[in-house]
Design a binder for this molecule. Structure first.
Ligand SMILES: Nc1nc2c(c(=O)[nH]1)N[C@H]1C(S)=C(S)[C@@H](COP(=O)(O)OP(=O)(O)OC[C@H]3O[C@@H](n4cnc5c(=O)[nH]c(N)nc54)[C@H](O)[C@@H]3O)O[C@H]1N2
Ligand SMILES: Nc1nc2c(c(=O)[nH]1)N[C@H]1C(S)=C(S)[C@@H](COP(=O)(O)OP(=O)(O)OC[C@H]3O[C@@H](n4cnc5c(=O)[nH]c(N)nc54)[C@H](O)[C@@H]3O)O[C@H]1N2
Ligand code: SF4
Ligand SMILES: [Mo]
Length: 708
């Protein structure tokens, strides 16, 4: 049989690497026989990782959800097959009954990470949630990056303005809490990040990582790690800034032309001179000073931070100081510094927020929503509230039972819901509590554009893809499922429009750069390259604060600054030898959703162990492979020891997304159980940063002991 090659792109993580699918057969009989990197792609140029390629196995996985199902008895695992008409009318009827009975505040949704890589779902979701009256919305952003939204809103006046390092031109690049080789970076969309970093180093740039671990990215061809203690980045940044201020190295022109409230910033950072913070951050005062001056000395310097910073207790304040380092050294909006990447649609205006009315009173105290999301760490409490309980939930492309802290509490709360609808590729851990399981299409079965990197692309491009093949069995696109439920609820919806065009909104956005989906279809790899990553417009066009100036110490932060000192003292008084748990991504897992791929259960990765260095292991009489119990105030798990000298003293690490529970329907996952590290994470009030709702997930105190 002859085959044909169809260009598409990966929607697993941010680079959106171009792929080519080799397809045999026609129409409903078409089959993908191979998935390969797209060598002809004008930007990604044949780069793709094995996870993107392995998404073909997800497409073909016999354990996928293939038709709508319901669980007639909540306490039993048995599922009954429905057709889409039955499923959507039953779901709509139940949503309506719960809304009539308890009011719209009883309806909640949890939106998972893969929706960020699905351009059609976001507009369908806003219509669905608004029209149906969902009052409580949660998303995976509060385990991931919500601190970044909170910080840029306050400092630059909009949640959608994240100037990225100009890697191709920078002389110095400082990367906090990120491991490009494994995770391919976040909040900068860059294919082959290691290739780009190596090229920068080769032309003379200096690159440093700030990380508790000597990460895989830190090779001689790229740069070194400064090994920081977890959850202390804020104090390192404050000390660096303080050092530069003391040495009179702030850029006075930048401040004069573009800065507000620098004195207020000074009174915060002056509390944290290098000598005071050295023991807490685990880096000598001399090294802190050297780092600060190296940054300021460079002809151009750039900075980036990722989940290692986000997941500490003070991600918003840390991200604020990250941008202060860039701004106050005159590196913001400068070639080789941090610049905004416009892409096919200028987004900064869309993220403007009125911070004066951000907080509202709730039974859990003052709270805010961050880009629409409440803290996922409060989900169990909000379901079990006596005053105002959540009764029905829709979970779309998410797995909160494994991805949020406190699995046991979450399971118990989810099992008390009157209605749980899960829309997913797989019968995931969360769907074990679901009343309805609705099968979604995977990325090879749906059309799309690469929306996730908008405003953060290292080389801006926009690509269109058709569905490579028709959906298998009865899988449906997420937008269609939501619209079909809306239809059953009698609401206006996309399916009832005269001309059904789910891409209408995308086409309107594309007009901004004189493009359209039709135009993209005629371009090589269906891709337009934008070539508009350039400095010069930050202060005149992109910044959205009322005075169009950088707010160097947002008054919005005032109430939260004293907490920084309390946490500092707590860290300072911590007992010697306290172990701290951090996260550890690897090539064998992607959050929780690559867990059913047998191909990835190799080497050390047939389960997820706990990693610590040889000295820490020896102190506790532990050897490679022994069974240990890991516990803390929040929970307890059993796992195996892995000796790993890349970790600094006092730090242990585990990969998330694994579960030791039986996972009905996931045959590979069942064969290779692990431990859900999130049972050791705090949840509930006090477990997230109130400024951003970001969950506290790194630098968690734990104890380890041998089992038996
Ligand atoms: N293989 C793989 N790739 C992925 C994913 C995956 O699960 N697996 N997930 C995707 C997703 S959703 C995201 S958001 C991105 C995330 O991309 P990254 O942010 O690059 O994620 P990690 O590789 O976990 O790197 C975070 C680093 O922070 C370090 N760290 C931990 N605590 C601290 C701290 O307190 N301070 C500092 N300075 N560093 C700290 C850790 O040692 C780790 O090296 O990756 C994406 N890519
Ligand atoms: N301990 C610890 N916990 C973490 C992290 C960590 O580093 N350490 N990282 C956090 C981060 S960065 C993130 S982003 C969150 C992720 O949190 P979540 O988004 O809640 O969880 P995922 O594991 O990504 O689950 C995604 C689900 O979406 C499904 N899916 C994939 N594609 C589609 C699709 O197109 N449509 C539909 N309907 N479903 C789809 C998958 O099958 C999977 O069940 O987890 C966080 N949890
Ligand atoms: S780096 Fe990310 S986007 Fe690229 S192929 Fe791998 S998983 Fe897909
Ligand atoms: Mo994430």
């Amino acid at each position: 049989m002859s085959s044909r090659k169809i260009p598409t792109f990966c929607r697993v993580c941010e680079p959106s690497c171009g792929l080519v699918a080799e397809v045999e057969g026609e129409g409903a009989a078409a089959q993908i026989i191979r998935l390969l990197p797209d060598k002809a792609h004008p930007v990604t140029q044949g780069y793709a990782c094995h996870k993107g390629i392995a998404s073909l196995e997800i497409h073909n996985d016999p354990d996928r959800l293939n038709f709508p199902q319901k669980r007639p008895d909540k306490n039993k695992p048995d599922l009954v097959r429905l057709d889409w008409d039955q499923a959507t009318s039953e779901v709509a009827g139940k949503i309506q009954a719960i809304r009539d009975n308890y009011g719209p505040q009883s309806l909640a949704a949890y939106i998972g990470n893969p929706t960020a890589f699905n351009s059609l779902t976001s507009s369908a979701l806003s219509s669905f949630l608004l029209q149906t009256g969902f009052r409580k919305v949660f998303n995976s952003g509060t385990q991931d990056c919500s601190n970044k939204f909170a910080a840029t809103e306050a400092v630059f006046g909009t949640s959608t303005l994240h100037p990225i390092p100009d890697i191709d031109n920078t002389d110095f690049l400082l990367i906090f809490g990120e491991n490009p080789k494994i995770s391919h970076m976040s909040f900068i969309s860059i294919p082959d990040p290691m290739g780009k970093l190596k090229a920068a180093k080769k032309r003379g740039a200096e690159i440093r990582f700030i990380n508790p671990r000597k990460i895989e990215s830190a090779t001689a061809a790229v740069g070194d790690v400064v090994q920081i203690k977890p959850d202390t980045d804020l104090y390192l940044l404050a000390a660096m800034l303080h050092e530069l201020d003391q040495a009179d190295r702030f850029d006075k022109t930048a401040i004069l032309n573009h800065g507000n409230r620098v004195e207020e910033l000074r009174s915060f950072i002056e509390q944290y001179p290098a000598d005071r913070v050295a023991a807490v951050v685990g880096i000598s005062a001399a090294d802190i000073r050297q780092l600060a001056h190296a940054f300021a000395d460079a002809k151009s310097a750039s900075v980036h931070a990722s989940t290692g910073v986000n997941m500490g207790r003070q991600g918003t304040l840390s991200y604020w100081l990250i941008y202060m380092l860039s701004f106050l050294t005159g590196n913001l909006d400068k070639e080789g510094g941090n610049i905004y990447s416009e892409g096919f649609y200028p987004a900064p205006k869309t993220g403007r927020t009125n911070l004066e009315t951000a907080f509202f009173e709730t039974e859990f105290g003052a709270m805010r929503a961050i880009r629409g999301s409440l803290p996922a760490n409060l989900l169990p409490e909000m379901i079990q509230s006596e005053k105002d309980p959540i009764k029905a939930m829709v979970v779309i492309a998410g797995n909160p039972i494994l991805s949020v802290g406190g699995e046991a509490k979450m399971r118990e709360a989810f099992s008390q819901l009157e209605l749980l609808i899960v829309i997913d590729l797989y019968p995931n851990a969360t769907s074990e509590c679901a009343d309805y399981l609705l099968p979604a299409t995977d990325m090879l079965e749906r059309s799309d554009i690469n929306i996730c990197g908008l405003g953060m692309q290292h080389e801006p491009f926009v690509q269109y893809t058709d569905a490579v093949v028709q959906p298998k069995q009865e899988r449906k696109e997420d937008w269609w499922i939501l619209a079909r439920i809306e239809q059953a609820l009698g609401q206006p919806n996309m399916l009832d429009e005269e001309e059904v065009n789910p891409h209408a909104r995308t086409d309107r956005m594309l007009q901004k750069s004189e493009l359209s989906i039709e135009k993209l279809k005629s371009m090589p790899s269906q891709t337009a390259v934008l070539r508009n990553l350039e400095p010069g417009k930050f202060y005149s066009q992109w910044i959205q604060t009322p005075e169009k100036r950088v707010d160097c110490c947002p008054s919005f932060f005032s109430d939260f600054l004293p907490r920084a000192e309390e946490i500092f003292q707590e860290l300072d008084n911590e007992s010697e030898g306290q172990l701290k748990l951090i996260h550890l991504r690897n090539n064998y897992m992607h959050n929780s959703w690559f867990q059913n791929l047998e191909k990835l259960k190799r080497l050390d990765h047939t389960t997820n162990g706990i990693y610590l260095n040889a000295e820490e292991a020896q102190k506790r009489g532990l050897q490679e492979g022994v069974k240990v119990s890991v516990r803390n105030a929040y929970g307890q798990i059993e796992t195996e020891v892995r000796i790993d000298d890349s970790l600094r003293a006092g730090v242990v690490a585990m990969t998330h997304g694994w579960s030791e529970k039986k996972s009905p329907g996931l045959s590979v996952t069942e064969k290779f159980p692990g431990a859900n590290v999130n049972q050791l994470l705090p949840s509930g009030p006090g477990s997230y940063e109130p400024l951003s709702n970001q969950a506290h997930m790194t630098g968690i105190p734990v104890e380890i002991e041998l089992v038996g």
